[in-house]
Design a protein around this ligand. Structure first.
Ligand SMILES: [Zn+2]
Length: 462
């Protein structure tokens, strides 16, 4: 919400207004009541308008709240409310005679651009008003100009100045209408006298206004991580925040290829290209363990410490997996030591579904290349995970392929999740170490591991 302060002030204004209404209008026995038997004491707007001489009943004791409102009645009521010249006189319309009670108000309203006739020169004074026409009438009569993020599912989003959407938006923004419920405005519905009175009272007096609240008309889910929430329906608008895969969006309305709605604390526009009807994508939660850390440097050779190389590549893998919509749990993101048993238990404790530990090797200087380990003592999928990674890794590193191997390293053997341990290359080998010192090859290694992990998930999903 961009204008939180303004929103709260509106809410406060409404609460204050509600108290004022209850204490001073209609409900108090001391104030003037209407004579209408078909109006309840809670119809404070009708009381308000009646006591100011702005509305009359259909008889001495009947208001006729459910009767429809004709175009000439609307022109007359608005004309009275605005203090327009109501003197009966000749009009420009062939079907409104100068002796008609409404002729003066119709001509005045037309002169002010509040109401228009039809192209054939008629006004159709006895035709009933629709709620859509009332929106035009009020927005023009009260010179409403402010609009906001207002959506009704039965009105096409069209920000053109003369559109029905814009007229309805203006009266909603002005606190005159909240629609007819369920996210609808019902523009084609005939306007009844009670609604007219409510609209008019809200337009005239802020104490009657309502704070507009969009209704949820759909629930959609993000298909990606880091989906931008924007302040308007195009990529040209500012970014207010981001949501992640499977986060729910309560949709208030649509504008072109965008949904306007709320997700968590964020309210704004979401691209429909990244929303789906159901959170169908299976959850993918990968645990990445950067080997060693803190007091344990791992292998040290050729000016490189294994713990640093492992962490650097692991953080790159994290970034790339997130870009693929895969959730990542990092055992460590800083230079800190954790025991092997802590690492082995970390994933299952935190909701992970597979585990990859990232290392670099040491041996005699002539030994080089990449290899990936799995432990046969745990889940069957471990070998597949190791294979998908290794098949990508040695090619990306332009390394000797030392293969996929079984070995019961504790961090994978004691791990209840499908788990693989990657050896990027040998720090003790000049060529391998030279590569692992560069941005390019660390990025390539990370890319290979992330792709291999995605291969694994795609294979699992099959
Ligand atoms: Zn290691």
């Amino acid at each position: 919400m961009l204008k939180m302060n303004s929103f709260f002030s509106k809410v406060m204004l409404f609460l204050v207004a509600a108290v004022l209404v209850i204490s001073s209008i209609g409900l108090s026995p001391a104030s003037a009541q209407t004579p209408f038997k078909d109006v309840s004491s809670s119809d404070v707007e009708i009381d308000y308008l009646y006591n100011r001489g702005l509305i009359k009943g259909i008889s001495h004791d009947q208001f006729g709240p459910d009767y429809s409102v004709t175009r000439e009645q609307a022109a007359t009521l608005i004309g009275r409310a605005l203090g327009l010249n109501g003197t009966e006189r000749k009009t420009r319309f062939s079907d409104v005679s100068s002796s008609s009670y409404s002729s003066g108000y119709i001509q005045s309203a037309v002169d002010k651009g509040i109401i228009t006739g039809y192209p054939d020169g008629t006004f159709k004074p006895k035709q009933t008003m629709t709620r859509g026409e009332m929106a035009y009438l009020l927005s023009r009569a009260f010179n409403l100009s402010s609009t906001s993020a207002v959506f009704f599912s039965d009105i096409k989003h069209d920000t053109h100045q003369d559109s029905l959407y814009t007229a309805v938006n203006k009266i909603a923004t002005a606190g005159i209408s909240n629609g007819t419920g369920g996210g609808n405005y019902s523009p084609e519905k005939k306007l009844i006298r009670k609604e007219f009175a409510i609209f008019l009272a809200r337009a005239l007096d802020p104490r009657f206004k309502v704070a507009f609240q969009n209704a949820t008309i759909d629930k959609l889910y993000s298909t990606t991580d880091n989906l931008n929430v924007r302040s308007g329906p195009s990529t040209g608008y500012s970014i207010m925040g981001q949501i992640d895969t499977n986060d729910e969006v309560q949709v208030y309305g649509y504008s072109g290829g965008w949904a306007y709605g709320k997700s968590g604390h964020l309210t704004g526009y979401f691209s429909l290209s990244y929303l789906s009807k159901a959170a169908t994508k299976p959850t993918r939660v990968m645990v990445i363990d950067a080997g060693h850390g803190g007091s344990d440097p791992g292998a040290v050779a050729n000016g490189l410490r294994e713990k640093d190389v492992n962490l650097d590549v692991s953080l790159r893998v994290e970034r790339m997996l997130k870009e693929k919509g895969i959730t990542v749990l990092m055992v460590r993101r800083t230079d800190v030591f954790y025991s092997l048993d802590y690492r082995a238990a970390y994933g299952i404790k935190n909701g992970g579904d597979a585990f990859v530990s990232i290392h670099a090797n040491a041996a005699s200087p002539g030994v080089s290349g990449s290899e990936t380990f799995y432990s046969a003592s745990v889940a069957n999928d471990s070998k597949q995970l190791a294979t998908f990674i290794q098949n990508r890794l040695y090619k990306a590193m332009e390394h000797t392929n030392r293969g996929v191997k079984e070995y019961d390293y504790r961090v994978i053997a004691a791990n209840p999740l499908p788990a693989a341990l990657v050896e990027l290359g040998f720090l003790t080998n000049d060529a391998d170490a030279a590569k692992l010192a560069t941005w390019t090859y660390k990025e390539r290694a990370a890319w290979a591991i992330a792709e291999g992990i995605e291969d694994y998930y795609d294979w699992k999903q099959r």
